[in-house]
Design a protein around this ligand. Structure first.
Ligand code: CMC
Length: 482
């Protein structure tokens, strides 16, 4: 359809189609007709891919001095902030695809490293490319010795996600050339390094918490096997990972590799849009993932199952959720209004892992909790189904991982998604520095008071923690528990 764009007298965006694409009223079919009732002006706004451009609304003003209409969307619940070819989700139907491949098929047929290649470069690698990709990742797993010293500087009980956040950010200082984001080789190397080093950083953080010596990467092992070695190797000369655990871990990592514009990915793109180096952008993703509503949810699921204690307590717990005293962690999703397809796949692998590790008694509570919640109108009406985090924590616990490590286990595979999204963002001509607007609701034009004349208007916080004086000799106080 030949289209021409023009602006009407009042500045509204007009998109007129040819006869074929025009409504009986003479307006283009792929458009939105808007009447601004404040002025009576009519506007026609173009619709492309089911979206309207928020900037088109800026034309709609009550007078010349008016800034123009803005869209108000505090949590970006209905705002597309980019175009992307990486991950497709149909939340209503419970569909997830990476670069067009259904997630179930990738979990059955591929390894995590193949999927990382797919996400980053758009295609599954052929055998030669795969060999080269594995070689590159395997040969960048070591970190500078000073990173090790840096990790040693954390308190013995530092949260491993806090350590990961800091060490990923610190990588930017070891690879200062990564700031050259227009250089294709630098972009590629940053991606390789982050995917390769993330398991090393994660394992160092884990060993630090246990006071155990850090284990260097073993190039003879595959990506998940090497991670297990760095985590669990003790006095044996060679760590031999159980192939069933390696595979379960690999599948979990495929499932967590990307999930389009979630909180952490949006953070990576937003911070990356300032043209900072990719390590710093990915550190922003790690920070976002740390939160209990995002990557921290599986840790909360386990804590919740512990609190419930036995299946007998489930009805009371669910009453608490309905009274809003509790949240059913691992349920609900911003996008999926159906069973999260990742939860379905994980559930299948739970039994395989328990074959190796022995059954976790919390599984019975989880299964019964899921069943009762799915049968309950409260959850059905709100389209609340188990999400990826409902069962993943049980697998991590079976691997004897402390709960603090669960989010770290999410960050390791999500790195390939963050890198893919960051690369796509840097190559997108529409990318500009992210800079949302606000609706200002505060005071204006106040009289300035000299300090001596000011009345106390804001009470500072009081109680434990308001003013913290750290006495290293005193050790942790009870309130400092993790
Ligand atoms: N338990 C109880 N009620 C819930 C839950 C839950 N887990 N999730 C949503 N609701 C209720 C919520 O109270 C609201 O009810 P009402 O309309 O009566 O006020 C309704 O369902 C809609 O919820 P919402 O808060 O508008 O949904 P959202 O899209 O803003 O939140 C969510 C999505 C994931 C933050 C939320 O479902 C949640 O907090 N879930 C628990 C945490 C969790 O499992 N997070 C992991 C997400 S999956 C991993 C990832 O991809 O990051």
């Amino acid at each position: 359809m030949a289209e021409q764009e023009q602006q009407d007298a009042s500045g509204g965006v007009l998109t007129r189609g040819d006869a074929e694409g025009v409504t009986p009223q003479g307006t283009a079919k792929d458009s939105l007709s808007v009447t601004d009732n404040r002025t009576g002006e009519q506007y026609e706004v173009e619709i492309t891919d089911g979206t309207v451009k928020a900037m088109d609304f800026r034309q709609m003003k009550v007078d010349e001095d008016d800034f123009g209409l803005m869209a108000y969307d505090p949590a970006f619940t209905n705002t597309a902030h980019c175009r992307s070819d990486i991950t497709y989700i149909d939340g209503e139907a419970g569909v997830l695809e990476y670069r067009g491949y259904p997630i179930g098929r990738l979990c059955e047929e591929s390894t995590y490293l193949e999927v990382a290649h797919l996400l980053i470069y758009g295609e599954l690698p052929n055998q030669d490319q795969l060999n080269e990709w594995i070689f590159e990742i395997t040969h960048h797993t070591f970190v500078h010795e000073n990173i090790k010293k840096f990790v040693e500087g954390f308190r013995y009980d530092a949260h491993p996600m806090g350590m990961l956040l800091a060490t990923v950010g610190a990588l930017s200082t070891f690879y200062p050339d990564a700031i050259n984001i227009d250089d294709e080789t630098e972009r590629h190397m940053a991606g390789v390094r982050m995917i390769a080093k993330m398991p090393t950083l994660a394992a160092f953080a884990y060993r630090h918490n246990l006071g155990l010596p850090y284990i260097y990467p073993d190039n003879d092992l595959g990506y998940p096997g090497n991670f297990l070695s760095m985590m669990y190797k003790m006095t044996e000369t060679k760590y031999e990972p159980d192939p069933r655990l390696e595979r379960a871990l690999d599948v979990l990592w495929i499932l967590h590799a990307d999930h389009e514009q979630n909180c952490s990915t949006a953070a990576v793109r937003s911070v990356g849009s300032s043209q900072v180096d990719p390590y710093s952008a990915v550190a922003a993703g790690v920070a976002a993932l740390y939160g209990p509503l995002h990557g921290g949810a599986n840790e909360q699921v386990l804590r919740m199952l512990e609190r419930i204690e036995t299946t007998d307590n489930i009805p009371d717990f669910l009453e608490g959720v309905k009274n809003r005293d509790e949240k059913l962690m691992g349920f609900g999703h911003r996008v999926y209004k159906n069973y999260d397809p990742r939860a379905e796949i994980i559930k299948k692998h739970v039994d395989e892992v328990f074959e190796v590790t022995g059954k976790n008694p919390k599984l019975d509570i989880a299964v019964e909790l899921e069943k009762r919640a799915l049968d309950d109108d409260y959850f059905a009406e709100r389209k609340l189904y188990p999400n990826v985090d409902f069962y993943s924590g049980l697998i991590y616990e079976a691997l004897q991982l402390p709960k603090d490590m669960f989010t770290v286990m999410f960050a390791i595979p999500r790195t390939s998604g963050w890198v893919a999204q960051w690369l796509e963002m840097t190559q997108d001509e529409e990318t500009k520095i992210a800079r949302p607007r606000q609706v200002y609701s505060g005071a204006r034009q106040r009289d300035y008071q000299p300090v001596a004349d000011r009345e106390q208007k804001v009470d500072p916080p009081t109680g434990v923690g308001a003013t913290t004086v750290i006495d290293p000799a005193a050790g942790p106080t009870p309130s400092e528990g993790r």
